[in-house]
Design a protein around this ligand. Structure first.
Ligand SMILES: [Fe+2]
Length: 277
């Protein structure tokens, strides 16, 4: 919903996209929140001409004409790195991309989709497993791939206030302030992201699933896995002395759902970037 509408977060993604293009990225590697593989598998999207699965509450005109560009070379690299790191990885030649990834690509790169690889989650939703997926793909940052995780800081569809959306199609109504549990967990996500780098970031993000308000903030685990993935991609010892994560923008919707946009790393000195929503 949010990325179908105008928002400061959407503006921020555009700015991130512009910077990525100005710094000559070779491709994008993304983990979203809507595609998970069964058993102990991880899948890599290898459909050469991916379609788009439709998204509720967003007018099709906002996405149907945007051409997605699958990065098959990048996909091979991801598979090889994952396999070398002990993952049971499989290519998927029929996967249709989902709004969690393509709406962000449209916002970031309105002039055209860069070569992009989508990596699945695993349906057991183990934070450490997803952190290690990010860690395995981390070397690609040095080859000028931009790594993105897209989920949500607070994302519990059962505790959202849906009435303004259903009556007026207004996801940003915010008739009341967010509830305490949502504010509390959102603050903890910001604290971990902006106060830690290196392995401390990995420990902090994975530990958030034990936070007293975690289950209120995430009724299901799917929208938290990409944060673990990003922590792996940006949480090596080599990253420890780098600048802490930055909260670049934030958008609440449906009263209790918080979309916080973080960037880890910078382009200065040729450092690659990882970002999480
Ligand atoms: Fe989602």
């Amino acid at each position: 919903m949010m990325l179908g509408e105008e928002s400061t977060s959407a503006d921020y993604w555009k700015q991130c996209g512009d910077e990525a293009l100005a710094n000559g990225i070779k491709g994008v590697i993304m983990m979203g929140a809507h595609w998970d593989a069964r058993g102990d598998m991880i899948e890599v999207a290898m459909n050469p001409a991916p379609g788009k699965s439709p998204v509720a509450y967003v007018h099709p005109s906002k996405y149907v004409d945007y051409k997605l560009v699958a990065d098959l070379e990048g996909g091979e690299k991801c598979q090889a790195l994952l396999r070398d790191n002990g993952f049971n990885v499989k290519e998927n030649k029929t996967f249709e991309w989902i709004h969690d990834t393509y709406l962000i690509l449209i916002r970031m790169f309105p002039g055209g989709c860069p070569p992009t690889t989508i990596v699945s989650m695993n349906a057991r939703f183990d934070p450490h497993f997803h952190m290690r997926v990010g860690s395995a793909l981390r070397p690609l940052r040095h080859e000028r791939y931009l790594i993105i995780g897209t989920g949500g800081a607070v994302h519990n569809l059962y505790r959202n206030v849906w009435a303004p959306m259903l009556k007026y199609r207004d996801n940003f109504a915010q008739e009341t302030a967010p509830e305490g549990w949502a504010l509390e967990f959102r603050q903890s996500v910001e604290d971990v992201m902006t106060q830690n780098r290196g392995p401390a970031l990995r420990r902090g993000i994975t530990r958030l699933m034990k936070h007293p308000q975690y289950r209120d903030a995430h009724a299901t685990d799917d929208h938290f896995m990409s944060a673990c993935f990003v922590a792996g991609a940006a949480g090596d010892w080599e990253d420890e002395q780098q600048e802490k994560g930055r909260l670049g923008a934030e958008t609440w919707e449906l009263t209790n759902m918080c979309n916080s946009q973080f960037t880890l790393g910078s382009w200065a000195g040729g450092q690659a970037v990882s970002a999480a929503a």
